[in-house]
Design a protein around this ligand. Structure first.
Ligand code: NAG
Ligand code: NAG
Ligand code: NAG
Ligand code: NAG
Ligand code: NAG
Length: 887
C-alpha cells in the first residue's frame, strides 16, 4: 500500500532541498496525447504543443524523409497514408496473429509484418521497418522535447497512463517505449485512477463516497469504481483522502475507433454504390474517408444530420453524401447494449449497486457521442452524471499529481491511492516426480486474484530439492489472440542450497519465492531463497533460528504452502492465496533482511516464451536509431538555418546595391568598383543558391556568406569610422585639455612651494616629461586630423579611431600617474586650510583615505575627476602623522 501525498492545484509547493527534477505526465490515447509538466516555478497545466494545442494527435508520419508529429502528421494521412502511423495503441504488444492486427488493417493503411518477438512491426513503403515501441517512443521523445522547452532543463521522469485492463505484455510495451524515448518510467497509472486522483484534489469526503469514472476512449471503454474517504491520520492527525479502487469493468472491442470505422463504412458503401468502384482499393481515398468520418461523427454529436464532402476522393471523383444520426446509430445498434456494460461489471466486481454510487464522471472523447451518453444515463440515471469535471484533461493532470507525489520532490495534498489489478494471475508448476516413470503432475495456484491490490507481495513455499521452474499465467483470456502465459521462472542453485542446509542439520528445508505485484501492475518473482530451520543448541544457533523462522518481523506475508502432496488440490491452494492478500499487502518495502546463514539465495531466470518484452540489446539499438534521427534532424535544421540566413543576407545586399537607393550610407562609403565586384559575386551566389541550394552543406552556405562579407567589410568599416570619429576626437582633445590645465596648475604650485620651502608632489622634470607626452600627442593629433579632413567617405580613413583612443590613453595614463601622487608625508601646508577641509570631510562622511586613493579615476570623465579628488586630498592628511602640531 502506498501513501501518496498530493496537493491542491492552487497551493502546489515544492521542497527546495530536493532540487531540480521535474515530472512529466503523459496520457497516451489512441487518438490524442495529453501531457503535463510538474516543475517548480512553472505553472501547473497541460503542456501545449508548438501550435498552442492542448492535445496532440497520436501520430507520427514521414513526408519525403521529414518526420512530423501531431496534427501535421495527421494531415499527411491523405497524401502519404502508408507513411502515417496512427492508432498504434491498438498494436501495443499485440501478437501478429491476434484479431486486433487485422482490425488495424481496416482502420489504418501502413503495412504490418511480424517481428522476431512475434509482435507487430510497421513498414514504410520504401522499406524502413519500425517496431510499435519505436514509433510510440518517438512520440514520447517528442513530448519530452516539448516539456524541455518549457522546463528549460532536461526532463527524465515520466508517469504514463494505461487502461486498467492493460496486461503485463502491454505494460512492458509502454515501459519499453518510454525507455527508447530516453525517459525513465516513474510509474504507470491506470487512467481511471488518474481521473479519480484529479477528482479528489479539490474535494473532501467527510462521509465516504463511491464514484465511477466512465471512460469511453478511442481504443476501449472502461469503468472504474473507487471509494473516496477523507479522514485524519490516526498517527499524525493530518487530514488525508484515501482513494481505493473497488472494481473495474471494460470492453476492449468498443470505442471511438470502432464508431469511426462504422461511420467510415457508411461512406464507403455510399461511394461504391454511386460509382460502381471500390474505394477500398485506394489507400489515399480511404485515409480521406477516415478523416471525414471523424469529422462527421463529431458533427452528429450535436446535430441530427451531417454532410460528408470530399473533393477528388478517388479517381478524381468528388464525393458528397448526407448522413443522419439515425443512420449512424442504426449501424451501431448491436453495440448499444455494450456501452454501459463496463459500469455493471465494475459494480459487480466491487460488490456494489448503483445506489451506492454518488456520481459517474464521464471522460474520453466518445462520451460526447449521444448514443453512448444515452446508454450510460439509462444505466445509472440522469442525476448521477457529474457535470462539473473537466474530464478531458482529468487523467493527465491526475497522473501528474500522482507522479509528483511519487517523486517526493513536491509537497502535495495528502492522497492515498490503493489500486487493483483486474486480471487473475496464477502460478503453476510440475510437482517433483515421485517415481522415475510417472508423468509429473501439474499444480496451479491463484496468486493474485482479480481485484488484488497492487504494491503487494506473496511468498510461495515449495518443498523441492532440485532446480525447478514455475509458470506465471493469466487465468483467463485477457484479450483475443493474446497468450495467457506471461513467463517461465527458473530457480537455480536449489540442489546445492538444500543439500547445504540439510547437511547443517536443517529439518525439511524449503524454497521460498516472493512474487511481487508492483504499483504499476507488473508481476515478477522478486526473490527466491532456500530456507531451513537449523536445530542448533548453541546460543548462536538459537538466535539464527529465531530470526530465520519468522522471515522478518516487518514481513507479515503469509507463507503459502504449495506442497506437492496429493491432498492439496488447486482449489485449496487458491483459497489460501486469496486469504493472504490483506496480510501481504501490508508489507510494501522489499525484504532486505540481514544475511542469515540458514537462508541461501537462489538464482532467478525469467524466460519469456510467448511475447517477450524487448531485450536490453534491442532497446539499446532502438534508442540508437531514434538518436540518429534526432541528430540527422538537428543537422537538417542547422542547414536550413544557414541557408535561410544566407538567402536573407543576399537579399539585403541586393537591396543595398539597388540603383533606386541613392545617398544611402552604403553608397556613400563605397566606390563604384567595389559595388560592381559585390554585385557580380552576389548574382553568382544567387545562381548558386538556385542551382545547388537543395544539396549544399551547412558549411558551404557559411563560406559563401563569408566571401561576400569580406567584400562588404571595407565599406562597413568606413561607415563605422565616420560614425565613431567625432567622439574619438572629442576624447583626445579632452585629455589634451585636461593635461594642459593640470600642468599649468602644478607648475604654479611647484614654484610657490619651492619659494616657501615646502615639499612638492612632483619634480620639475616629471612635469616636463608629462609636457613632452602631451606635445607628442598634440602634434600627432593635429597632423592626422588635418590629413583625415581630405579623405572622402568612400576612401579608407588615414587615421583609425582605435589608434586615437590608444594614443589618448597613453597621455591619460601619464597624467593619472602624476595626478594620483600622494602628498608627501611631511607636507607643510597652512594649518587652517587643512583643518577646515578635514572637518568638512568628516561631516559629509567622506571615505577613508586609502579607499579614496584606491578608487582612482574614471578615465572617461577627467574633468569631473579632478574636482572629486581635490576634496579628498586634505582627507589624506588626516590619518597621516602630520607635523601640524609642530608648526
Ligand atoms: C450499498 O447500498 C446498499 C443498499 O442501499 C447497502 O445495504 C450497502 O450497505 C451499501 N454498501 C456500501 C459498501 O456502502
Ligand atoms: C554452506 O554454505 C555456507 C555459506 O555459503 C558455507 O560457508 C558452508 O561451508 C556450506 N556448507 C556445506 C556443508 O556445504
Ligand atoms: C565632447 O564631450 C563633452 C563632454 O562629454 C560634450 O559636452 C561635448 O558635446 C562633446 N562634443 C562632441 C563633439 O562630441
Ligand atoms: C590641445 O589643447 C591646447 C590647449 O588647450 C590647444 O591649444 C590645442 O589646440 C589642442 N590641440 C588639439 C589637437 O586639440
Ligand atoms: C595647487 O594648489 C592648490 C592649493 O593648494 C590645490 O588646490 C590644487 O589642487 C593644486 N594643484 C595641483 C595640480 O596639485
Amino acid at each position: 500500500m502506498r501513501i501518496t501525498t498530493l496537493l491542491s492545484l492552487s497551493a502546489l509547493t515544492w521542497l527546495p532541498q530536493l532540487a531540480q527534477a521535474s515530472v512529466l505526465a503523459i496520457d497516451y490515447g489512441n487518438d490524442f496525447i495529453k501531457a503535463s509538466l510538474m516543475k517548480p516555478g512553472v505553472p501547473f497545466d497541460v503542456l501545449l504543443n508548438k501550435d498552442s494545442k492542448r492535445k496532440i494527435s497520436s501520430v507520427v508520419a514521414w513526408k519525403k524523409g521529414d518526420r512530423l508529429f501531431g496534427q501535421d502528421a495527421f494531415n499527411l494521412a491523405s497524401r502519404f497514408p502508408q507513411d502515417t502511423f496512427s492508432s498504434l495503441k491498438l498494436l501495443q504488444a499485440a501478437p501478429f496473429d491476434a484479431p486486433v492486427v487485422s482490425y488495424y488493417g481496416q482502420v489504418a493503411a501502413p503495412e504490418v509484418a511480424e517481428s522476431e518477438r512475434k509482435t507487430v512491426i510497421l513498414k514504410q513503403p520504401e522499406g524502413t521497418e519500425w517496431a510499435v515501441e519505436e514509433l510510440v517512443g518517438m512520440q514520447f521523445a517528442y513530448i519530452k522535447h516539448l516539456a524541455e522547452l518549457v522546463a528549460n532543463e532536461k526532463v527524465t521522469d515520466v508517469i504514463v497512463t494505461v487502461p486498467a485492463y492493460y496486461t503485463q505484455f502491454e505494460r512492458d510495451a509502454v515501459a519499453d517505449a518510454i525507455e527508447i524515448s530516453g525517459l525513465r518510467t516513474l510509474a504507470l497509472i491506470n487512467d481511471g485512477t488518474a481521473v479519480a486522483v484529479n477528482y479528489a484534489m479539490t474535494r473532501t469526503f467527510p462521509t465516504p463516497e463511491y464514484h465511477i469514472v466512465y471512460d469511453a476512449g478511442a481504443s476501449g471503454i472502461r469503468a472504474t469504481i473507487a471509494s473516496f474517504t477523507t479522514a485524519n491520520d490516526p498517527k499524525t492527525g493530518v487530514a488525508g483522502t484515501h482513494i481505493a479502487v473497488a472494481g473495474v469493468g471494460y470492453d476492449r472491442s468498443t470505442g471511438g475507433v470502432e464508431l469511426d470505422r462504422r461511420l467510415r463504412d457508411i461512406l464507403v458503401n455510399a461511394f461504391n454504390t454511386k460509382t460502381g468502384r471500390d474505394v477500398r482499393e485506394d489507400k489515399r481515398g480511404m485515409a480521406k474517408l477516415w478523416k471525414e468520418a471523424q469529422r462527421v461523427k463529431a458533427i452528429l454529436s450535436a446535430n441530427t444530420e451531417a454532410t460528408a464532402q470530399i473533393e477528388s476522393l478517388a479517381w478524381d471523383i468528388d464525393f458528397k453524401y448526407k448522413v443522419t444520426r439515425e443512420q449512424f446509430e442504426e449501424t451501431c445498434k448491436e453495440l448499444k447494449g455494450e456501452f454501459a456494460k463496463p459500469i455493471q461489471d465494475a459494480l459487480k466486481n466491487a460488490g456494489l449497486t448503483i445506489e451506492n454510487v454518488t456520481s459517474v464522471i464521464l471522460t474520453g472523447g466518445s462520451t460526447r457521442t449521444p448514443m453512448i451518453q444515452a446508454a450510460v444515463k439509462a444505466a445509472v440515471g440522469d442525476d448521477k452524471i457529474a457535470l462539473n469535471v473537466n474530464a478531458d484533461e482529468a487523467a493527465v493532470l491526475g497522473a501528474a499529481l500522482h507522479g509528483a507525489g511519487l517523486s517526493r520532490q513536491f509537497k502535495t495534498k495528502n492522497i492515498k491511492v490503493t489500486d487493483i489489478s483486474v486480471h487473475e494471475i496464477q502460478v503453476s508448476y510440475f510437482a517433483a516426480p515421485t517415481t522415475a516413470n510417472t508423468r509429473p503432475r501439474s499444480i496451479t495456484t491463484s496468486i493474485f486474484p482479480a481485484g488484488s491490490k497492487v504494491g503487494t507481495k506473496k511468498v510461495l513455499t515449495f518443498k523441492r530439492k532440485e532446480d525447478f521452474a514455475i509458470f506465471l499465467d493469466y487465468k483467463d483470456t485477457i484479450a483475443p489472440g493474446f497468450p495467457t502465459r506471461m513467463m517461465e521462472v527458473e530457480f537455480g542453485g536449489v540442489t546445492e542450497a538444500i543439500a547445504n542446509l540439510t547437511e547443517r542439520g536443517a529439518i525439511d528445508p524449503v524454497v521460498k519465492a516472493t512474487l511481487t505485484l508492483s504499483e504499476s501492475g507488473f508481476v515478477s518473482v522478486s526473490d527466491a531463497v532456500a530456507f531451513g530451520e537449523i536445530k542448533d543448541e548453541s546460543l548462536t544457533g538459537k538466535l539464527k533460528g529465531l530470526f530465520g523462522a519468522g522471515s522478518s518481523s516487518s514481513d507479515d506475508s503469509t507463507a503459502e504452502s504449495a506442497e506437492n502432496t496429493p491432498p492439496r488440490d488447486t482449489e485449496s491452494a487458491s483459497a489460501s492465496a486469496s486469504s493472504s492478500t490483506a496480510a501481504a499487502s501490508a508489507s510494501a518495502t522489499p525484504e532486505k533482511k540481514a544475511p542469515i546463514e540458514n537462508t541461501i539465495s537462489l538464482t532467478i531466470e525469467n524466460k519469456f516464451t510467448t511475447i517477450p518484452p524487448m531485450t536490453v540489446d534491442q532497446k539499446r539499438k532502438s534508442r540508437g536509431r531514434l538518436r540518429a534521427i534526432d541528430a540527422e534532424e538537428s543537422a537538417k535544421t542547422r542547414r536550413e538555418e544557414a541557408r535561410n540566413t544566407f538567402e536573407s543576407y543576399l537579399y539585403r545586399l541586393r537591396d543595398l546595391l539597388n540603383e533606386d537607393n541613392k545617398d544611402t550610407p552604403f553608397k556613400k562609403c563605397s566606390q563604384a568598383s567595389e559595388r560592381k565586384e559585390i554585385a557580380e559575386r552576389l548574382e553568382e551566389s544567387f545562381a548558386w543558391l538556385a542551382d545547388r541550394g537543395d544539396l549544399a552543406e551547412t558549411s558551404q552556405f557559411l563560406d559563401k556568406r563569408i566571401a561576400l562579407e569580406t567584400l562588404e567589410r571595407p565599406v562597413i568599416h568606413r561607415y563605422q569610422e565616420i560614425e565613431a570619429f567625432p567622439q574619438a576626437l572629442n576624447n583626445s582633445q579632452m585629455w589634451n585639455w585636461s593635461t594642459r590645465l593640470f600642468l599649468h596648475d602644478a607648475r604654479q604650485n611647484l614654484t610657490a612651494e619651492a619659494a616657501a620651502d615646502l615639499p612638492s608632489k612632483w619634480t620639475a622634470d616629471e612635469l616636463d616629461g608629462l609636457e613632452r607626452t602631451l606635445k607628442e600627442h598634440e602634434t600627432w593629433l593635429v597632423e592626422w586630423v588635418e590629413k583625415q579632413k581630405s579623405v572622402k567617405p568612400n576612401e579608407d580613413p588615414v587615421i583609425e579611431t582605435t589608434e586615437m583612443k590608444a594614443r589618448a590613453k597613453v597621455l591619460e595614463t601619464h597624467l593619472q600617474k602624476l595626478y594620483r601622487r600622494k602628498v608627501p608625508k611631511a607636507v607643510k601646508k597652512p594649518k587652517t586650510t587643512s583643518t577646515v577641509a578635514t572637518e568638512a570631510a568628516k561631516e559629509t562622511g567622506a571615505a577613508e583615505p586609502v579607499e579614496a586613493e584606491a578608487e582612482g579615476g574614471d578615465a572617461q570623465e577627467p574633468v569631473i575627476k579632478v574636482e572629486t579628488d581635490e576634496r579628498q586630498v586634505p582627507l589624506a592628511e588626516e590619518g597621516a602623522p602630520t607635523g601640524h602640531d609642530e608648526l
